[in-house]
Design a protein around this ligand. Sequence first.
Ligand code: NAD
Length: 254
Amino acid sequence: MDSVPDAVAALSTRNRILVFTGAGISTESGIPDFRGPNGVWTRIDPSEFTFDKWLTRPETRRKAWAMRAESGTLDAEPNDGHRAIAALWESGLLVGVVTQNIDGLHAAAGLPPSALVEIHGNARTVGCLECSETWPTETVIDWVRAGDPDPHCPDCGGIIKSTTISFGQQLEPTTIAQAYAWAEACDAVLAVGSTLSVYPAADVPASAARRGAPYVIINRGPTDHDHLCDIRLEGGAGEILTALSVALTRQSPP
Ligand code: NAD
């Protein structure tokens, strides 16, 4: 089994590392992942929450807003894994961070907007699909708690939705272009806390690996890219990333 020193050896001469993260990096902040042993999909059918159903079924929207109001996701704080990645960026070792997460915790850990692509959007803002008006998600949750289970845009009456990408919804072209630009420019790729099974997002690290960039994966449990990677670290993201970040930043020139 590969160890942290193996990953340090693979990454120690690199200073344009692309980091790609998934829901597993945020479980230590109390946010459940989708496909892990306690994942959301063990309780809920993903086919209920497609973009098409959001547009056409009031009961889908009511259920989703009620879950959002109860989840506490917006109160979550970044953990050691998010902080270790911010430290790697601060040390000049990263080309950028592409996250599938919608929780905003990389930014909360101090990663600047220029270093971060949230490929599936961000759940901290809600937008009107008709007139593009936006609100902080807390505001919309307040409307739900005040008794409107399916709130619509107060200005134009349009359907509103968090600024996230749902199943069946197109990715933002500028976002995906930036992610692929980093995959092209990187000299190594580090994927953390993801089954690497959601496409096209998971093609970003895969495309860097196909180009020959050394590929390190940190995950608890198998991933769809285990056959593609050079180093595979099994275990908790917070502890492993902290050890990796300490070792790599110690070696990097001031
Ligand atoms: P996933 O649920 O498919 O996979 C998460 C993986 O992380 C699993 O293999 C799990 O065993 C592992 N894991 C869990 N805790 C871990 C830990 N502490 N350390 C290391 N590994 C750990 O998640 P995915 O690949 O990101 O795909 C799910 C999709 O759902 C993404 O597109 C994302 O947009 C979305 N999502 C986001 C959040 C969030 O924003 N925090 C949460 C759930 C789902």
